[in-house]
Design a protein around this ligand. Structure first.
Ligand code: FAD
Ligand code: DHB
Length: 396
């Protein structure tokens, strides 16, 4: 098979890239190693930045998002048993965020691709990329029990953190930056209506907690837990009790979360990680294949979307004009935004979580920083601008 752009991975990055290229008249093939049901049900991110919503709409993937997405105008921070709201539109040039699960974004993009786009092959596992630094890269994959090849003009690795694409960049030509954290998240989905209209991020003596949602009837809740935690050690009632304790407020001593059946429970490790550059010859990396952030602040999916917007524009520009100028700028353009999100996610994580080795001094610094956000419009605006997402780089 031959195509202009061979895309490895049918997660949000790969699917959105294929959609944007289709709209620009550039053909592509998406190879995804899992089956459709698996990809559509993988429980992950839930918050879309303003720019991500705008891009999905412009790509023709905004109908259900506009009907079912929940627009949020702020978040609540809890610390020292008090609550403080951060208002986004007044602090971040009118911007908001939208609660719309990654599972739903992926379902919408898959349906569009299968209806209108180029080939999207499930259970097609890529195991090698050859000739990335030449004129005609080749992708080797296994599909329906047979070894197959895809020749293309460009290859894009959208294959996530555990993918193979970045292995095609020679080791001596890439640099990796990494930080791990001494805690994880225990995440649950529960059939219980969210008790708040907005997300609640809580700093507490017992560690971090986050109350999010998926729909008006389904809550998504997270607790900081030690690395290596076995979800089996957390029966449902223990989780609800711990959430109630970490969200507790002096002003509402009788307050409790609304409980309901827990339908999913898992432990997520946390990591900051960037590989540079995001391009080698005709191979480009996008999304989690190139960078990971800890989840506090919900940047992962949004960064993946920003990368592919930049890349789709560059590939379309090349297609229309023959100029490589934007493709050459791709890595630098993306990395600027990536490092901003790395810093924001790191700062949100380390300000809100309790490090097991943390001293009382460190705790006072965290509380001072949170108090600053609660009392200074400048500090709150810094949070609001980063949380709602910086504007995408302008189209040249
Ligand atoms: P992925 O979604 O990882 O997609 C990569 C795709 O490539 C996968 O479908 C995979 O099957 C496929 N693939 C891999 N190798 C191959 C191969 N060899 N051949 C073919 N296909 C291949 N972000 C948030 O903002 N908030 C959250 O709450 C949050 N929770 C998360 C929970 C978990 C467990 C994880 C792992 C991530 C979470 N994230 C969260 C991050 C967010 O989900 C990711 O940033 C986002 O999925 C990135 O999209 P992507 O398309 O780059 O990568
Ligand atoms: C969600 C995840 C996050 O990391 C976050 O900061 C906010 C919400 C979520 O899964 O809903």
């Amino acid at each position: 098979m031959h195509t202009t752009v061979g895309i490895i991975g049918g997660g949000p990055a790969g699917l959105l890239l294929a959609r944007l290229l289709h709209r620009a008249g550039v053909d592509s093939v998406v190879l995804e190693r899992r089956d459709r049901a698996y990809v559509e049900q993988r429980q992950r991110a839930g918050i879309l930045e303003q720019a991500t919503v705008d891009v999905l709409r412009a790509a023709g993937a905004g109908d259900r998002l506009d009907r079912e997405g929940l627009v949020h105008h702020g978040i609540e921070l809890r610390f020292g048993r008090r609550a403080h709201r951060v208002d986004f539109p007044s602090l971040a040039q009118g911007r908001t965020v939208t609660v719309y699960a990654q599972t739903e974004v992926v379902k919408d993009l898959i349906a569009l691709q299968l209806d209108e786009g180029g080939p999207l092959l499930f259970e097609a596992e890529v195991h090698a990329i050859e000739g990335a630094d030449g004129e005609r890269p080749l992708v080797r994959y296994c599909h329906e029990g047979r070894e197959q090849t895809l020749t293309c003009e460009y290859v894009v690795g959208c294959d996530g953190f555990h993918g193979i694409a970045r292995g095609a960049v020679p080791e001596g030509l890439r640099t990796t930056y990494e930080r791990t954290y001494p805690y994880s998240w225990l995440g649950i989905l529960a059939e219980a209506p969210p008790v708040y209209d907005e997300l609640v991020y809580a700093h507490s003596e017992r560690g971090f907690a986050l109350a999010s949602m998926r729909t008006p009837a389904v809550s998504r809740l997270y607790l900081q837990v030690p690395n290596g935690t076995d979800p089996a050690d957390w029966p449902d009632e223990r989780i609800w009790d711990e959430l109630d304790t970490r969200f507790a407020l002096d002003a509402e001593p009788d307050w409790r979360l609304e409980r309901g059946p827990v339908t999913q429970k898992s432990v997520l490790p946390m990591r900051s990680w960037v590989t540079e550059p995001m391009r080698h010859g005709r191979l480009f990396l996008a999304g989690d294949a190139a960078h990971i952030v800890p989840p506090t602040g919900a940047k992962g999916l949004n960064l993946a979307a920003a990368d592919v917007v930049v890349l789709a524009r560059a590939l379309a520009h090349r297609h229309a004009t023959g100029s490589d100028e934007l493709l050459e700028a791709y890595s630098d353009t993306c990395l600027r935004r990536v490092w901003r999100a790395e810093h924001f996610s790191y700062a949100m994580t380390t300000t809100l979580h309790t490090d097991p080795g943390q001293s009382p001094f460190d705790t006072r610094l965290q509380l001072s920083q949170l108090d600053r956000i609660a009392s200074s419009p400048h500090a709150a605006a810094e949070l609001a601008e980063n949380y709602t997402g910086l504007p995408l780089p302008a189209t040249p």
